[in-house]
Design a protein around this ligand. Structure first.
Ligand SMILES: [Zn+2]
Length: 435
């Protein structure tokens, strides 16, 4: 039997908080014991002293690019990037080519991810056929095939009637509708946040109002239908306020943020750096601070990545034409840890709530999200003191596009266990020490 014993580790439990110097016994795919001083014969022993064990991270927002854009990323490379970043499960967005708008393609993703056997992949189907925003996809068929949510991510569903119907179906099939909130017409010609500084530089804007209006409409429809709405990559203070109020009124709405929106502002693009080009765009400092406050107060439910890998040459194009997105899976944890825990005193426990526990509940994964006997042995082990330099050449992702290149990061993923399967990245540190 395959047995692994992690000794003397600090467990970051979303409910109980930090439990110091515990042992975790893994047998096959499950956690068999979480106690002090476990003895186990014939186990592989891992010394956890001074390290931290989180319930494995789950990303609700990843672009795996397969099918159609396998030169940017595929299921295998994206999965490896995931475990390298501490993730044990990913939800992949359907803006592929062809888009994931039918049961056959949902099944294809499920089967391919099983064949790869790296981590768990939960596909998201489109809201509308071909993501055209004209007619609804066969939602029931996709859910039966394994879709966990629907989204036209990359685009907002402009047609309010279709969005209303999608939210009504979200009740029937008990899945969330994930909305990319940017009013299509307001952002049509823009490629960065709109304010006096971007206007002066001749950069066409994607104004805040595009997000605010979109969130307001979607929440209005969620209220009417009682459907299950999830707002992807929230960026504005005003949007956050609308969500807060809706939650107080009992609307069924959740939201997520990305590492870049809580750590960077529009200033990163003032030199026309395509690496910092993202949609929705990087906003103002007051928005960034508001998002961090929203995380601390619990209005924001999840920390996602919006991992969006692109080819090198694409990001070398001019700012206006370079595609938006950041390859984010392998830097997400460190960015969140630095900006939320170290700089803003978010309790460490909350990271495991936002990165593991809440996403597991959202996806109805009953054996994920905690480090407890009987749960899946899906665990992320981190050295929180270890500093490392972000070098995209070391990414497992095919996408090397990141504005964090060369940045000193803190908090290094040492091991990711996916249902008992061990991925070890400790050797990277040893390699660096030798140099
Ligand atoms: Zn999006």
């Amino acid at each position: 039997m395959n047995k692994i014993l992690i000794k003397n580790i600090n467990i970051v439990d979303p409910i109980d908080g930090i439990k110091e110097n515990f042992d975790i016994l893994i047998e096959e795919e499950y956690i068999k014991g979480v106690e002090r001083n476990i003895d186990s014969e014939n186990s592989l022993i891992i010394d956890g002293k001074g390290k931290y064990a989180f319930p494995g991270f789950i990303d609700l927002h990843t672009h795996l690019r397969e099918p159609g854009f396998e030169d940017k990323e595929d299921i295998e490379s994206g999965s490896m990037a995931g475990v390298h970043g501490g993730f044990v499960a990913l939800c992949c967005m359907p803006n592929t080519n062809p888009p994931l708008d039918n049961a056959g393609l949902i099944r294809y993703i499920k089967e391919k991810s099983k064949t790869c056997g790296i981590l768990d992949i939960y596909p998201i189907g489109t809201i509308t056929k071909e993501r055209k925003g004209e007619t609804l996809s066969e939602i029931g068929d996709m859910v039966e095939a394994g879709a966990v949510a629907i989204s036209d991510d990359g685009n907002w569903v402009t047609n309010s009637l279709l969005m209303r119907m999608a939210l009504e179906y979200s009740i029937t099939f008990d899945i969330p509708v994930i909305s990319h909130c940017e009013d299509e017409f307001l952002v049509k010609y823009g490629y960065a946040h709109e304010n006096s500084e971007t206007i002066i530089r001749g950069i066409y804007g994607r104004p805040k109002e595009a997000e605010i209006i979109a969130i307001f409409r979607d929440i209005t429809l969620a209220k009417k239908t009682k459907g299950k709405l999830h707002i992807a990559h929230l960026t504005t203070k005003e949007g956050l306020e609308i969500i807060k109020k809706a939650k107080e009124e009992g609307v069924n709405v959740t939201c997520e943020v990305t590492p870049h929106h809580i750590s960077l502002t529009f200033e990163s693009i003032l030199n026309y750096d395509p690496e910092a080009k993202v949609y929705p765009p990087l906003r103002e400092e007051e928005d960034r601070i508001a998002l961090i406050e929203g995380i601390k107060s619990g209005i924001i439910d999840f920390l996602a990545t919006d991992h969006a890998p692109h080819l090198k040459f694409e990001k070398e194009m001019e700012f206006e034409i370079a595609p938006p997105g950041i390859s984010g899976l392998e830097t997400a944890f460190s960015i969140y840890y630095e900006n939320l825990v170290l700089k803003n005193n978010l309790p460490l426990k909350n990271l495991s709530i936002l990165l593991s526990y809440n996403p597991a509940k959202f996806l109805k994964l009953q054996k994920n999200g905690r480090i407890k006997e009987g749960f899946f042995a899906s665990i992320t082990i981190v050295d929180l003191n270890k500093k490392w330099i972000c070098d995209p050449k070391k990414f497992y992702s095919k996408g090397k596009n990141t504005p964090f290149k060369g940045k000193e990061m803190i908090g290094k993923i040492l091991y990711t266990f996916v249902k008992g399967k061990m991925f070890c990245f400790e050797y990277e540190l040893k390699k660096e020490e030798k140099k």
